[in-house]
Design a protein around this ligand. Structure first.
Ligand SMILES: [Zn+2]
Length: 86
């Protein structure tokens, strides 16, 4: 067994978008690909309203997902903000 003083961390990335339900104002987080590129409809988990993710989007970002040695999610941060069309 190789002993190491600093724990190695693997990193992966997640593209996500945020949209706000036009009925009740609840913010919804979705995959950026699903919500923005596919322009999918999503269901508000507060009021049940179905709305278009892209038309109601407020932000999109690439998240950094830091993994522990056994690939469990350890920490999430914002890697890069992606401009959305107004
Ligand atoms: Zn709602």
């Amino acid at each position: 067994m190789i002993m190491s003083t600093s724990e190695s961390e693997d990193v992966t990335f997640f593209d996500m978008a945020v949209a706000v339900c036009p009925e009740c104002g609840t913010p919804i987080a979705e995959s950026g690909w699903y919500g923005m590129d596919m322009e999918s409809d999503v269901e508000c988990y507060d009021c049940g309203n179905v709305f278009n993710m892209k038309k109601n989007a407020t932000d999109r970002a690439t998240l950094t997902v830091v993994l522990s040695k056994n690939n469990k999610i350890k920490r999430i941060g914002v890697e890069e903000k992606i401009d959305i069309e107004e």
